[in-house]
Design a protein around this ligand. Structure first.
Ligand code: MG
Length: 384
């Protein structure tokens, strides 16, 4: 069975906004029209692809259809006139079945095309339809909701619509020259042709209104619109001892206290490192830097943090947000908060607006309350 498709893309697409008509705008880096044509060109049941374009868009169309085995015809002022031009181009070598599709429905699937071809016959056409799920209301010119419209028995109809060529061609020829009908089912109906509605595809929407292109973009490139975000938590404690300086959150805090530890004992960086490792299930800081190993003696804890960041990088994981809570009676954290956020921002490659440093006491209770130790809790959000 010989199948041809007319892809109608002669519209100016002004409702969508933008200077370039919607069917020429990029979707996942490829023009919408090109995507639509490719789906039909790659379909093993389609023998001929005709593109109907606006005459003044010819140079634009040439630039997006290079190398594609597509016949081009110029459309008319209305959709009906455009399809008529496509039909005329097929009249000399008529196919058995003709599909007619909107160029601005680039997400039409191979399986929908196959189902439609199967559903059509030499006598009857077929088209995809979607049952309606929203309540339907009439609306007056002041946007006031009016009477309800019964939903039962209604469908919204998509394309491609498929017809036996000869009777559809005849139906078009019988129309008045200036006739403009909403779709090809309407034309078929004027000639009394039967057409079956089969289930459509929710992704086969027409790029019409602002936001439609972004929705299509989310479908073709899901990573653009949706990233898996995971959370990691870390917790670390170091003993407080008399001293002159401690490292905390990557910054030196001078005073009469120090933190005791094998490394520089920066409990904030240790908790943060553990939280990062947690997002990729890469164990804990002790697995990577055993305290028994002398090479980590007095080491700058940014080394640990960098190792965790390298491991995340190997898994294309990206740090999005950090939230630290420092638990101690002393030192006072607030005067150092801005410096910590700035330093952590440098270390993580993150804007300080995505780094939170909080502090709390334990009201004199427990080891932190007695000033024996300082604890830090870290929560990080990472996209993968
Ligand atoms: Mg530690």
């Amino acid at each position: 069975m010989n199948c041809a498709v007319i892809v109608v893309g002669a519209g100016r697409g002004t409702r969508h906004g933008g200077e370039v008509p919607k069917q020429y705008q990029l979707l996942g880096g490829t023009p919408v029209f090109t995507r639509t044509l490719m789906t039909f060109l790659n379909h093993n049941r389609i023998n001929t692809v005709i593109a109907v374009i606006a005459e003044d868009a010819a140079p634009l169309f040439t630039s997006i259809s290079e190398g594609l085995a597509v016949r081009t015809v110029f459309g008319g002022a209305s959709r009906t006139a455009s399809v008529r031009a496509g039909l005329a181009a097929l009249a000399d070598t008529p196919p058995d079945l003709l599909l007619i599709h909107d160029a601005a429905r680039p997400l039409v699937s191979e399986s929908l095309i196959t189902r439609l071809i199967e559903a059509a016959s030499p006598e009857a056409g077929a088209a995809p339809g979607m049952a309606l799920s929203d309540a339907l209301k009439k609306v007056d010119h002041t946007a006031q909701a009016g009477e309800d419209v019964a939903r039962a028995g209604l469908v919204s109809v998509q394309t491609p619509q498929v017809f036996p060529f000869a009777p559809l061609y005849k139906a078009y020829k019988a129309l008045a020259d200036n006739e403009d009908l909403p779709d090809d089912l309407a034309v078929a109906r004027t000639a009394g042709m039967k057409c079956k509605i089969i289930p459509g595809d929710v992704d086969n929407f027409k790029i019409t209104n602002p936001g439609d292109l972004e929705r299509a973009e989310r479908i073709v490139q899901p990573q653009n619109g949706f990233q898996l975000c995971v959370t990691g938590t870390g917790y670390d404690v170091h003993r407080l001892i008399p001293g002159t300086q401690m490292m905390l959150g990557g910054v030196p805090i001078k005073g009469d206290l120090a933190l005791l530890g094998h490394s520089d004992a920066d409990a904030a960086l240790h908790a943060l490192t553990d939280a990062l490792l947690g997002t990729i299930g890469a164990g804990d800081i002790g697995d990577h830097f055993p305290p028994s190993d002398p090479q980590w003696k007095n080491v700058d804890s940014t080394v640990f943090l960098q190792k965790a960041l390298d491991l995340l990088g190997q898994q294309s994981a990206c740090v999005r947000h950090v939230d630290l809570t420092i638990i101690c009676e002393k030192p006072k954290i607030k005067p150092h908060r801005a410096a910590m956020r700035a330093r952590l921002g440098e270390l993580l490659g993150l804007d300080p607006s995505h780094i939170s440093v909080k502090a709390t006491t334990t009201e004199g209770l427990g080891y932190t309350g007695r000033g024996e130790g300082l604890a830090v809790m870290a929560t990080v959000t990472v996209s993968r």
